[in-house]
Ligand binder design. Structure first.
Ligand code: NAP
Length: 548
């Protein structure tokens, strides 16, 4: 086994959050940081998800780093929404521009993380048996980073090609002339289906639950829009933090959908549909996400749109979501998704009525029929929010295990720390608004808070910080209470853990809004990290690098 390697701080994951953590810890605190990354490149979600059509559903001028004004000005996004290759290119540019690669060890998957209270050190063990130690451990492991294939019987029997959207081959896949199945109609399925359909001989889509899918209205970046945005970037970034989703440019609505006349609503919804994007509908009225009757006005509008696009009436009805309020599952943005079902060689199978029973040698079997395919694409999602942390055996030498602590659902303080696990910070962990926000903004906000906290510890002679059990309990209950005031818990979503059999049904993200969350984080810090306890250094310094 290699010698133990010592650092000031360890960061797990070289996605957007991990890279920014490395940059800030180095630049603001001068720490010697080691990032450990499973992939052979930076980018996290944008490194792994290379499926055809993969594109961000937040506009690029918003979905980008804000920490460096020159970076903002020098980078140009060719389209309204960045596609995966462009975003990955951007993240690589950031890694090069700020000389981040020298502190990243690639192809290194962390298997275990143990904290020893006596030495005040985290010890991270990799799958290859390497050991890294540091007093600070930052988990930048992502929320949608553990791809999941349902446990279909016969998975290994199928002799054709299989792919998961979240683990797409780097060299791409050519479906020309092939009979292809796509299982799953979340964002990944919806984005890939039109592109796969354009190549494949036949495409059969297995849909268990219809999703609310809105037009992206993607297109080339309008140079005037870009120039205007860049001229006001600072104000926009600041304004974004004052919004629930961390995205600027959407004025907060002032009235309920039920206060508007049907004609007013129709006009606004038409305008919103034509403009494209997901925030417009959520922000059309004050109560779209809290009042089912208001929500239904949007649902009815979207159903009519689907019926207007899809020519086969039976297929159109199947594509109309009917089991959850709009917006309570992640809204999906599409380009040509519904139109794809007007093509003769594209078929939709109702996998709710006839569930997939098993994979076979030549394809798959539902409770009603057998199908043959050359390739099956699993667009079946992720073990979201808790999956990546539970894959690492996080524990303390005192015998506390994060997986055991989270057996009934995640417990965190602010989605940043867990009681009993000192100096382990999560970036956009469960209990934070991360997945319900512009992710890069949330990653920056979390990292800035963590780095300020570490600076405070250094100045005040503290070696360790952890939340109290009471504050963690209160925050976790608050996350639940806030969710209960909305329609979110009505959907069997991955926010609830509902996509994984046996996973506790707990609503995991904080949906009180980025604005309220950030204010709470600032209040906690201003009150001397209220709800957290510190352990005095007493000779154990936070900086460790260079010791034997
Ligand atoms: P997902 O939203 O969890 O969708 C998984 C799909 O697989 C669902 O349609 C699900 O049906 C289906 N499925 C699962 N097990 C099945 C089974 N046994 N039989 C039939 N169908 C089954 O996953 P995703 O599409 O990868 O998206 C996950 C999240 O990643 C998104 O919500 C979004 O936050 C993010 N994402 C974002 C973008 C973007 O920015 N544009 C793109 C891709 C992903 P049920 O609904 O019935 O469970």
């Amino acid at each position: 086994m290699d010698a133990v390697k010592r650092f000031d701080a360890l960061v797990v994951g070289a996605g957007v959050g991990g890279l920014y953590a490395l940059y800030r810890l180095r630049e603001k605190l001068g720490l010697n940081v080691q990032v450990l990354e499973a992939g052979d490149g930076v980018g996290g979600t944008w490194y792994w998800n290379r499926y055809p059509g993969c594109r961000c559903d937040v506009e690029s001028l918003e979905y980008s780093f804000s920490f460096d004004p020159e970076l903002e000005q020098e980078w140009s996004w060719p389209e309204r929404y960045g596609n995966q290759p462009e975003i990955l290119q951007y993240v690589n540019h950031v890694a090069d521009r700020f000389d981040l690669r020298r502190d990243i060890q690639f192809e290194t998957r962390v298997a275990g993380a143990t904290f020893d209270r006596k030495s005040n050190l985290w010890s991270l063990t990799t799958e290859a048996g390497e050991v890294f130690i540091a007093p600070i451990c930052i988990m930048a492991t992502g929320n949608l980073s553990v791809p999941r294939v349902p446990d279909f019987p016969g998975l290994d029997d199928f002799e054709g090609e299989t792919y998961h959207t979240g683990l797409w081959p780097h060299e791409g896949v050519d479906f020309t002339g092939k009979h292809v199945a796509v299982i799953g109609t979340g964002s990944s399925g919806v984005q890939s289906i039109p592109i796969i359909a354009a190549q494949a001989e036949t495409l059969t889509v297995f849909q268990r639950t219809a999703n609310y899918i809105l037009p992206a209205e993607n297109g080339p970046q309008d140079p005037e829009v870009e120039a205007r945005h860049k001229a006001t970037y600072r104000e926009r970034r600041k304004a974004a933090y004052d919004t629930p989703f961390g995205i600027s440019g959407y004025p907060y609505p002032t009235k309920s959908a039920l206060e508007a006349t049907p004609e007013e609503r129709e006009a606004l919804y038409e305008e919103t549909w034509a403009a494209g994007g997901q925030i417009g509908f959520l922000f059309a009225y004050t109560d779209i996400l809290t009042n089912d009757e208001s929500n239904k006005t949007v649902r009815d509008f979207v159903h009519e749109k689907i019926r207007g696009i899809v020519k086969d009436g039976h297929v159109a009805e199947l594509l109309c979501p009917n089991d959850h309020p709009i917006g309570t599952k992640r809204l999906v943005l599409d380009t040509g998704y519904f139109e794809t079902f007007n093509k003769q060689h594209v078929h939709l199978v109702n996998a709710r009525k006839a569930p997939i029973e098993a994979l076979t040698k030549t394809g798959l079997r539902t409770t009603e029929a057998e199908y043959s395919f050359d390739a099956i694409v699993f667009a079946t999602g992720f073990d979201a929010m808790t999956g990546a942390l539970k894959e690492i055996d996080v524990r303390t030498t005192e015998g506390r295990s994060l997986t055991e602590d989270w057996a009934a659902g995640p417990y965190t303080m602010l989605g940043i720390m867990c009681a009993g696990f000192p100096n382990m910070f999560m970036i956009t962990g469960p209990g934070s608004p991360g997945v319900k926000s512009q992710m890069i903004l949330s990653c920056e906000q979390h990292v800035d808070w963590i780095v300020d906290c570490l600076a405070h510890m250094r100045e005040s002679g503290q070696a360790a910080i952890e939340p109290t059990e009471a504050s963690q309990h209160d925050w976790t209950m608050h996350v639940k209470d806030v969710a209960d005031t909305t329609l979110y818990p009505k959907a069997a979503s991955w926010y609830m853990g509902a996509n994984i059999p046996g996973k506790p049904r707990v609503f995991m993200p904080y949906v009180g809004g980025v604005n309220r969350y950030k204010a709470k984080c600032e209040e906690v810090a201003a009150k001397g990290y209220e709800g957290f306890t510190f352990t005095a250094a007493e000779g154990r310094e936070l900086a460790m690098a260079g010791e034997d």
